[in-house]
Each structure stands twice: as C-alpha cells, then as structure tokens.
Design a protein around this ligand. Sequence first.
Ligand code: NDP
Ligand code: 2IT
Length: 443
Amino acid sequence: MKMNDFLNQVEARDWGQKEFLQAVREVVESVWSIYESNPRYQEAKILDRMVEPERVIMFRVPWVRDNGEVVVNRGFRVEFNSAIGPYKGGLRFHPSVTLSGLKFLGFEQTFKNSLTTLPMGGGKGGSDFDAKGKSDNEIMRFCQSFMAELFRHIGPNTDVPAGDIGVGGREIGYLFGMYKKLKNEFTGVLTGKGLNWGGSLIRPEATGFGVVYFAEEMLKTKGESVKGKTVAVSGFGNVAWGAVQKVNDLGGKVVTLSGPDGYIYDKDGIKGDKVDFLLEMRASNRDMVQDYADEFNVPFHPGKRPWEVKCDIAFPCAIQNELDEKDAQQLVSNGCICVSEGANMPCTPEAIKIFQDNKLLYAPGKAANAGGVSVSGLEMSQNSLKYNWSREEVDEKLHCIMKAIHCQCVEYGKEGDYVDYVKGANIAGFLKVANSMLDQGVV
Ligand code: NDP
Ligand code: 2IT
C-alpha cells in the first residue's frame, strides 16, 4: 500500500476529525519508510492498529449548580494503546474538548510515553466542562460526577489519568477522593496528587522544567545555552509556570505570557513574585492574562499572540495550533534560533516546515513536553514502592530522562549536520510500541 492510500483510508474512517488526522499524518510521514521496508509490521497491520484506539468511553456527566440548575456535560476517556504499559495520560476540562481532540492527544501520548523510557501506554480523557465563573463547590461536584462513571474503567494497573488543561492539583484531589470512596481502596490511580497523599515532588513543575531541559540539550549541540537569552512563552498555566522558573534558573529572561485574551510583554523579565502570580491567575478561573498587565503595569496586547516579539527562544505552552505559518516566519525574521513545544501540537505543519527549512532547533511536544508524564511515571513508581524520593532525586531523574529522549531523537533524526527532531521522536517512539505489539500477537 502507498502512504497516501493509507492516509486516505484513515481520513475516510475518521472523517472530520481534523486534529486527529493532523497528528496521524505527521507520524505516518516520519515512519513510512521504516514501515514499508519491514514486512512483519505490514503483515501484522501495525499502523492500522495504531491509529485505532483500543477503547473509547463516552459518558454523561450531570451535576447541579449552586443555584439549583442541572447541567449536563460530556465525559470521555480514550484508551489508545497499552502495548508497553497501562494507559497513561491527562484529563482536559475545557469547553473546546471533542472526541477528535482527545483522540489526537491520546495518539500523541502513545509515542511520547514510549520515548520516556518508562513502561506507560497512551490514553487521554476529559470533558467539555467550562470552569470559567464556577465556584469551588461546583468544580467539586462536577469532578465527583465525572469520577462516578470513570472509576469503573481505570485502575493503577489499567489506566492512570493525570492533569492537562483545566485539571490541576485541585481537580485531581476531588477526583481522587471520589475514586477512593467508590472503590474503598487507597491506590495510585491518578498522578499529580497532593504531596500529603501520594504525590511526587517536582510533578507540578515537571513539564515546564523538561521543556527547558530539552531546549538546553538542543542548544548544546550548537555550542549555545539558555543563559543570557530572551525567551517568549505563551499560555500562563501549569506548563508555562514551570518553564518560566527553569528559564530563570538557567539565566535566561522570559518577556511574554499569553491567554485567550491576548499577550503581555514584560521587558524586565517575569521573575520573583511575578512567577507566583501565575498561580493566582490560574486559581481565579477568570481565563485572562490581562490581570498580569494590570498588576505589574506592563503592556497588554489584546487579541494578539506573543510571536511578534523579538526573542532568541520560543516556548509555545498554551494550546494546539496556536503558532501558524505567519507567526513562524515572524520568529525566523526576528532571529529566533530555538523552538521547544510545551503544549501538544501548538505549531501547525506549515509553521514546522518554516522552522525546519530555516534550520532552527525545533522540538515537537511529544519529545519536549514529555517531562510531565515522565514524573507521573516516577510518581507511579514511588506509589508502588510506598516511598517518596527527595526533590533532588526526582529532578535528577527527570533531567536524565530528558537527555535520553534527546539522544533518541538525534539517533533517529540526524540528517547530515541537521537533526529533524520530528522524525527522530516519531521513529524512536514508534519502534518501541511497534515491536512490543509484534511480540504480543494480534490483539
Ligand atoms: P493549564 O490549564 O494549566 O493552562 C493552559 C493555558 O492555556 C492557560 O493559560 C489557558 O488559559 C491557556 N489557553 C487556553 N486557551 C487558549 C487560547 N486559545 N490561547 C492562548 N491561551 C489559551 O494547562 P497546562 O499548562 O497543563 O497545559 C498547556 C498545554 O500543555 C496543553 O497543550 C497541554 O496538553 C500541554 N501539556 C500539559 C502537561 C501537564 O503536565 N499539565 C504535560 C504535557 C503537555 P485558561 O486556563 O485561562 O483557559
Ligand atoms: O500531555 C501530557 O503529557 C499530560 N497532560 C501529562 C500526562 C500525565 O499522565 O502526566
């Protein structure tokens, strides 16, 4: 079969699932020559099986508002691939959540988790719940209703959800409480838990730290480092918060943050108390980065994205397809040398092509943002051991994992003196899953 025939077949089956098809195309383009030259993969229909989730669960989530109004949301869990371990991946609570979005995230997660070196399969879930303007009690009741169905499908050796957009420590707490009540079992069924009840040190910071560690590894190959560099970050959530801290630790300066309302520019750098303010902004459920501009008296650019600002390094940490061709061209023209994705699939395929044609150091999310799920994996290990590692121990392990992911990308992505990190990450992630599927027969 020709690659385009295969992609057309997926498109016909999953018609209209735009984000999922975008993610599939990227992986298939990277691995096709390996797939084509290995008859065992073809005979076992490895790719046909990889693009089909093992299981999709979709359910009603009814809950009651403070004023007595009944609200009905939709819940999902996409259990994509368990070839190398229990399904593992976050939960996203955001009004934009659809099955296509979660299928793209679960598909990506399978390859990302494979790269981490830890035994985790791929999954993703969530709901179209909108936390904006909801009280803490409403968020609790929603989480309880969500778990009242999800609990029968997950477990520490089956499927281990975690946070993603709209799901942080507070939501994981409410979800865990309900799971424990229903199962009468205290177990590591979720990651991102509170430190007093089984969580891991560094998990909240891990994704952002990892994104910067990965960028540092890429920069090292060119004799460069984060030190002294001007950095543009998008988003203001969990991943952006961790990335800003690590850039500061390594001597760089972050000058932007963004939200659905626009972006802020802080020429003095986002550091000290200003970093803690990100946590307050997220807890407010207001969904506006303008609050930062009001608090610290810096310029706010409504309706715009931060990629027009001159920077050496860019970390897109908000949402998928938030950086397009025009943005990429602007970054290149402004002298940006490195782009490391904190979010999942934030750069469009056209933007990626511009980065690669211009020989920028560009890392896709499945490699660069794998630090979050890696420390989730370390949280699972600590839960199994009934033991807690110190902050330094977890950070050291995270750093080693990010370096190992970088090495795998270089091994499979090196083309002359340029490293195609997209190809490298896709091939390395694919091989481990594909070979495990071959070992386990047609299931
Ligand atoms: P958070 O909920 O903590 O933050 C998401 C951020 O994106 C918020 O600042 C959010 O604002 C903002 N946002 C939402 N919509 C838009 C938009 N249209 N334009 C600009 N900003 C927007 O989520 P995370 O930080 O956890 O997740 C961010 C990205 O990182 C996602 O792509 C996620 O999949 C990815 N990721 C997360 C990991 C984790 O461990 N948490 C691990 C790996 C990847 P608001 O919240 O106000 O809507
Ligand atoms: O996209 C991701 O890797 C996450 N949201 C984290 C998943 C996890 O299980 O920690």
